[in-house]
Design a protein around this ligand. Structure first.
Ligand code: NAD
Length: 517
């Protein structure tokens, strides 16, 4: 075990989560049936091995699906508020285990400990939300045009929900999906990221305990382990009516097409290219922390990370200098140590992508304001720590048009009215999160109007990242169009049925059609 792991109590954290060995433990997690080749998980924090996980073979997958489909028959018949009670107990377990799970998220994924705890808090929040919702899966009664008839709409469980998730939110994204799917009466088969497989096992251990304590079938919550080839088993499986896939646009393009081909439904949560518009009346006290946290939080590895600042020319110099100044105060290092603002990237491939993006931006004419680079030496042995960079760029640069999952912030100017800034903000293929910093009511309302931001999330005087679970989360265009978490996102996890009941002695037809015999 590494010094960092020892110092921050990783062994104890893993024990609390039911993962027995830190260095060479092979864990399949409960109900995963995995027997395939092993994947090893190394921490980007210190480059040390955390654990090993057996992957899921095609034969294992069949066993998982058998268990899930059997469990579904049982679970859909359980009253929704009773399913809510299971989710309530799961939320309570998460409260008990917030510290170890948050630590594991930080150590395996590399985000700051605060953000690791925040991720677990989001899981708790969605459980609370889902518990209340379990008594509100309401349909509506609709007036019928025919005398003696009544129409209504019902929501039924959809079946086995496949969940494919990304490395950057290795536990929360699963819970957003699964807490809602469970209260809806669905069962879930989850493939977590192959880059954070111990987090998947930890979550599975937590829910398995709750299911066991309630004498419920294990198949209500299943995991499969491995890379995209295991993801493809879910994508291609006609027994899975809904696939919720979170990850890159590249992945979503493949998964969306495959699921559509077999007439399945998909909920796609893909890449973003998020901007903050900074207008002449913006308050620097709000702008600086909002923009800096948005750009460097989670080392720029949030789907909602701020990638572009679109600044009015009249305040450009002032804003640029304030942001560049704030970057000078950032500390980079072990994310478990709360004095650091920024942890590592997920792996050295991500570091190479980051370096290539900076070179590309320079080659396209970008001017570097804050130099990036890879950190080396004591504390940076994993090779995954990079310096956040700021580059002056144009929106049309090819590299600016793409999401680079790293802390690179592009600054650009706009002239004239806010509409020009909105055009730039919308002038990318992605449509996840957006923000405007302004004290002008007119500018704010224009930004939120039908002619304003084309993103799924549009904020005023806060940054682009840090959504709450109460709202529906997701984005438009190449972000995939899916919505999960709050509001009425639960409807995706159910099938809608329209019923018409005739309680008269006649059979009048709709639209006044006559059919006399
Ligand atoms: P990724 O696309 O490489 O992988 C995501 C998941 O998809 C992994 O579990 C992977 O194994 C699986 N996968 C990849 N190709 C597949 C295929 N062909 N078939 C089936 N499964 C496949 O993404 P990543 O590097 O883990 O995560 C970063 C990306 O995720 C970024 O683009 C980020 O913006 C996005 N993301 C989006 C949201 C959102 O809510 N919009 C949230 C988190 C992350």
């Amino acid at each position: 075990m590494s010094t960092i792991a020892q110092q921050f109590g990783m062994q104890e954290a893993l024990h609390a989560l039911g993962i027995k060995e830190i260095n060479d433990g092979t864990s399949t997690g409960s109900n995963s049936f995995s027997s395939g080749p092993i994947i090893e998980s190394y921490s980007p924090v210190d480059g040390q091995l955390i654990g090993k996980v057996k992957t899921t073979t095609a034969a294992d997958y069949e066993k998982v699906m058998q268990s899930a489909t059997e469990a579904f028959k049982f679970f859909r018949a359980m009253p929704a508020p009773q399913r809510g009670e299971i989710v309530r107990q799961f939320g309570n377990k998460l409260r008990e285990l917030k510290e170890p799970l948050g630590k594991l998220v930080s150590y395996e994924m590399g985000k700051s400990l605060q953000e690791g705890y925040g991720e677990v808090q989001e899981m708790i929040d969605i459980c609370d939300f889902a518990v209340g919702l379990s008594r509100q899966l309401n349909g509506q009664t609709i007036p019928s045009e025919r005398p003696g008839h009544v129409m209504r709409e019902q929501w039924h469980s959809i079946g086995v929900v496949g969940i494919i998730s990304a490395f950057n939110f290795p536990v929360a994204v699963w819970s957003w999906n699964t807490a809602l799917a469970w209260i809806c009466g669905d069962v879930c088969v989850w493939k977590g990221s192959e880059k954070a497989p111990i987090c998947t096992i930890a979550c599975q251990n937590i829910i398995a305990e709750v299911l066991k304590a309630n004498n419920l079938p294990e198949g209500i919550s299943c995991i499969v382990n491995g890379d995209y080839t295991v993801g493809e088993m879910i994508t291609n499986d006609t027994r899975i009516p809904l696939v919720s896939a979170t990850g890159s646009t590249r992945m979503g393009r493949i998964v969306g097409a495959k699921v559509a081909e077999r007439f399945g439904k998909s909920l796609l949560e893909l890449g973003g290219n998020n901007a903050i518009i900074i207008t002449p009346t913006a308050d620097l006290k709000v702008v600086v922390p909002g923009a800096v946290f948005g750009a460097v939080g989670t080392a720029g590895q949030r789907c909602t990370s701020t990638r572009r600042l679109i600044i009015h020319e009249s305040v450009y110099d002032k804003v640029r200098d304030a942001i560049v100044g704030a970057y000078g105060q950032l500390t980079i290092g072990n994310p478990l140590d709360q004095k650091n603002h920024i942890g590592p990237l997920i792996d050295t491939d991500a570091v190479n992508t980051y370096l290539a993006a900076i070179e590309k931006a320079k080659a396209e004419g970008g001017k570097v304001l804050v130099e990036g680079g890879v950190l080396s030496g004591e504390g940076y042995e994993s090779g995954c720590y990079v310096k956040p960079a700021i580059i002056e760029a144009e929106n049309h640069f090819e590299i600016v048009q793409h999401e680079t999952f790293a802390p690179i912030l592009y600054l650009m100017k706009y002239e004239g009215e806010v509409e020009n800034a909105i055009d730039l903000q919308n002038g990318v293929a992605q449509g996840l999160s957006s923000a405007i910093m302004t004290n002008s009511m007119k500018e704010a309302e224009k930004f939120l109007s039908f002619a304003g931001s084309d993103c799924g999330i549009a904020n005023v005087n806060i940054g682009t990242s840090g959504a709450e679970i109460g709202g529906a989360f997701g984005g438009e265009k190449e972000t995939g169009g899916g919505r999960e978490s709050g509001s009425d996102a639960w409807k995706v996890y159910m099938r809608r049925q329209t019923n018409t009941v005739n309680y008269s002695d006649q059979l009048p037809l709709a639209q006044g059609i006559k059919f006399d015999l």
